[in-house]
Design a binder for this molecule. Structure first.
Ligand SMILES: [Fe+2]
Ligand SMILES: [Fe+2]
Length: 158
């Protein structure tokens, strides 16, 4: 967890809004995946659904896996470019380095743990389980990242 706080007064509202919009877009992307699973809330498995529905969910998850990492990487790049542009003090640079290192860790976690595990489950026909796992873990890691890093960047001072 970072104890270093950036000087957010230097980041224009429009750029802060852009970061927030990208966060909302990523969240919606996961929500759309969740909405393809009709048994998401029931906690039941894919045996509840017909073969066609299962095939459609498997395809939907595969396409999510294909696009999601690029989408996250693009957002992290944009966020870092905004920080590079406006944060100037030594404290800001300590914050930036620590934030950037956390982005590297986050991408690695998504690529090598979450997406890999969801592919394994999907191949076993456990698509509902894969979607629940992704939803839960992604919410957790993005929430933690926001609390420890992005939140400080977005806090607008009166
Ligand atoms: Fe972010
Ligand atoms: Fe971030």
């Amino acid at each position: 967890m970072s104890q270093i706080k950036p000087d957010v007064t230097t980041i224009p509202d429009a750029d802060q809004s852009r970061i927030e919009e990208e966060h909302a877009h990523l969240e919606q992307f996961v929500k759309d995946l969740v909405n393809t699973c009709t048994e998401f809330e029931s906690m039941k498995g894919c045996e509840q659904c017909g073969r066609e529905q299962c095939a459609s969910c498997q395809g939907r998850l595969a396409s999510f896996q294909f696009d999601f990492l690029d989408l996250v990487a693009e957002h992290l790049d944009n966020e870092e470019n905004i920080m590079r542009k406006y944060l100037v003090s030594p404290e800001d640079s300590r914050y930036f380095k620590s934030h950037q290192a956390e982005h590297v860790r986050l991408l690695d976690e998504i690529r090598n743990n979450l997406l890999r595990e969801s592919t394994r489950l999907n191949r076993q026909g456990r698509t509902a389980e894969a979607i629940r796992m992704l939803h839960g873990k992604l919410a957790e890691i993005f929430e933690d990242h926001c609390k420890d890093y992005d939140g400080m960047l977005l806090k607008r001072r009166p």
